[in-house]
Design a binder for this molecule. Structure first.
Ligand SMILES: [Zn+2]
Ligand SMILES: [Zn+2]
Length: 406
């Protein structure tokens, strides 16, 4: 199949719907909705996909704001493109730029479908609207519920700063919530009747400080007080903590998690508080895929985008990590600020989302996702190779143990 012809066809269609794409980006940016409440963002995308001739399943996987747009043309490989559209809480809104992801994915969906029609390319396109990337990880739920069972390869794009890149591996992530329940008492007149929950929290932080010495390189821990319930003259009967762990892989994550659980217990044993803790959100590290990554990279270069060499790792975490353990997947990072590196989830990053560089990222994301998806459909042998690469990477990262763990 002629790659150049695919690119020309894709570019032509993306240009034709650019205005509509950018309207979607602006609409989602101006109507920020946190995870699992992205009703407006899901509706505008479902409407777009329906208009483009996709068969749209709303509330996919029983998640209100998830959706899947299907388009099938004969028998052929199934390629999934993920849209994200949740915002951040606490006034940060679209400081992760998910409005750009949604718009780029919609553009890619329409352009890939029309290219398949025009060039008579067989295969299946699945446009997966995955809610709540930031917290519970909609892709993980959709994966567990079997919504992605037919998928041969999955892709998403994410805005970034500095040079664009096909991102390599990243970190596995787990967050805990811990509560200490003590007993209140008058701190002046009858303190011996109290059990101080804030002391339990203090002991937890001390134990965590000691535990850090024994953590493996790369493991990161962020612990914080969520609620202290302190009043003058009263021994505090309640403390709530949060603790996030990031680690280069799921085994290191579990190893660190065991130590953190010991630290939680330390607070309870040392004070006599009752302890309640639970694991909250978690995601696996991303397994890179060089076969698909190379097709994507070549498309980026063909569109004139300067790209970093290879597939550089990063230390973030995302719900695509779980998908990438089962399906060959990539999440290239395309820049909205080529000149320098700034942090996602900041007001500064949010300011760069609706700039001309943001428009460039959105346009490039749509073109490269569409061209890569169509190209993969025409070369099923690459998908066989991509699946072999995934198995090899899992084996070399985790050894045979991993397959038992599954
Ligand atoms: Zn984010
Ligand atoms: Zn994000």
């Amino acid at each position: 199949m002629d790659k150049k012809a695919i690119r020309e066809c894709v570019e032509n269609y993306v240009n034709g719907i650019w205005k509509e794409m950018w309207n979607i980006s602006e609409y989602i940016f101006q109507n920020p909705e946190v995870g699992m409440k992205e009703y407006k963002a899901a509706a505008v995308q479902c409407e777009f996909l329906g208009k483009e001739g996709f068969c749209v399943e709303r509330s996919a996987g029983n998640l209100d704001t998830a959706f899947i747009g299907n388009y099938q043309r004969g028998e052929g490989p199934c390629i999934a493109l993920f849209s994200e559209y949740d915002c951040l809480p606490d006034g940060l809104e679209h400081a992760c730029g998910h409005n750009l992801i949604a718009a780029a994915t919609m553009g890619a969906a329409a352009a890939a479908k029309r290219t398949m029609e025009e060039m008579d390319i067989r295969g299946k396109l699945m446009i997966v609207g995955a809610p709540d990337e930031e917290f519970t990880g909609g892709k993980i739920t959709l994966l567990k519920k079997g919504c992605l069972d037919q998928v041969d390869a999955a892709m998403a794009v994410h805005p970034t700063s500095a040079m664009s890149r096909v991102a390599g591996g990243n970190y596995a992530y787990l967050t805990y919530q811990c509560e200490y329940i003590g007993k209140s008492a008058h701190s002046g007149s009858r303190p011996w009747e109290g059990i101080n929950a804030q002391d339990a929290a203090l002991l937890f932080f001390s134990a965590l400080g000691c535990a850090r010495q024994m953590l493996r390189d790369g493991v990161r821990i962020n612990a914080y007080v969520k609620d202290g319930m302190q009043h003058e003259g009263t021994i505090s009967a309640y403390a709530k903590l949060g603790c996030d762990i990031s680690a280069p892989d799921i085994f290191m994550l579990e190893e660190a998690a065991k130590r953190i659980e010991q630290c939680f217990k330390c607070g309870a044993v040392g004070t006599g508080c009752e302890l309640r803790f639970e694991r909250k959100e978690s995601s696996k590290n991303r397994i890179p895929n060089g076969v698909i990554g190379e097709v994507f990279r070549e498309n980026c270069l063909a569109w004139g985008e300067p790209m970093m060499e290879g597939m550089p790792d990063d230390t973030g975490g995302e719900d695509l990590g779980d998908v990438s353990h089962v399906i060959p997947a990539i999440n290239p990072h395309l820049t909205v600020l080529p000149e320098r590196k700034i942090s996602l989830h900041t007001p500064e990053f949010r300011e760069h989302v609706l700039t001309p560089a943001g428009e460039h990222m959105c346009l490039l994301g749509a073109e490269t996702l569409a061209a890569t998806a169509v190209e993969l459909m025409t070369q099923p042998e690459l998908l066989v190779k991509a699946k072999e690469e995934l198995q090899e990477r899992l084996k070399s990262l985790y050894g045979k143990e991993y397959f038992k763990y599954q």
